[in-house]
Design a protein around this ligand. Sequence first.
Ligand code: ATP
Ligand code: MG
Length: 348
Amino acid sequence: MARVSLPPSGAPRPIDPPHDQEVSFLDTQTNAQTIARQFADLQGEMNRYVVGHEVVKRGLILGLVAREHIYIEGPPGMAKTMLAEIVSTAANLNFYLYQFHRDTRLAELVGDIVIERQPEGESGELIIQSIRKGGVLTAELCVLDDISRSPGEALNVLLRILNERQFQTEKIPLLTAIATSNPTVDDYYNEPLDPANLDRFTIQLRSSGLIQENKWSDVQKVIDLYSSQTFSEEITPEPILNRAVFDNAYEVLHKVVVPDIVKRALVDLLTRFVNQFKLDSTNSLITDRSFLVKTIKVLKAHALLEGRMQVMPQDLHALTFLTAFRVPEEIDRNMPNLIAETIQRVGE
Ligand SMILES: Nc1ncnc2c1ncn2[C@@H]1O[C@H](COP(=O)(O)OP(=O)(O)OP(=O)(O)O)[C@@H](O)[C@H]1O
Ligand SMILES: [Mg+2]
């Protein structure tokens, strides 16, 4: 009987398929490896222009595969907008970028307001206002740049549309929204998103500049890049993926297996959040939606990006892409250790 060949040493062994499903399992397994390569190429496109920021790059890819919304927070000039634009162009989806400002109105984001005057009837003139759909209502991928500059009224409605992927009674084609923001402290003149809005961004990324993070070898690379005589300031990413790749990835994502050990580990970690670290609604944003539902999708996406059709305990490290603004900062910083401990506990 043909067996699934073992991956190179170090890589996890694929699960054994039931006998009669072996051929389709092999197809899916090969498909998973293809998907992993396609999205690695997307990350490669970001690497061409942006040095460092591996966590942000990885979080972007993870969110795109899982079709979840992404929030990136970081100080000015660390290439947030640049990364979001590169990944969007390279993804080659129908893409919309909107730069928020203090007077943003919802109408600007959803298309054009059309005002029509109907012919005069017996009851007089009739003025009809409707929306010619555009912006976030017609895009497959949107970048919501500097989102925390937005006034609350526009934002609340917008984020509800994004969350439900629906406007009035109609589904919208949006796969992922990527929002960027400066840190919401007094000196940046912006308002923090309220917790209900923040929770709509499954993937949350906190980042900093290379200088602030003392990433001196990356600092050197940026200087070298901009010193190079062949370097052009024009950013022209290749459109390397397409909608079919995204649809295939999403279909395969749902077939990724989540074994019991991973489920136990997730419950173990959540139990520690509540019992040991006393995380509750006063100090954290531990919602059932994010940690019981979205997390599973993110774990599957994490496995898929490794070319696997099975989630492994080590995929729980993907939880670090969810916690940035959901748990207190010291716990977020300690997440890699907590996850490692959890993996060990359930493995014993
Ligand atoms: N890590 C990096 N690698 C390469 N170029 C970089 C990097 N960091 C910053 N730059 C350069 O600095 C510019 C600033 O990037 P960008 O405008 O995307 O920052 P931002 O984080 O969106 O800032 P703001 O919060 O002010 O909108 C980039 O266009 C790029 O030229
Ligand atoms: Mg920007």
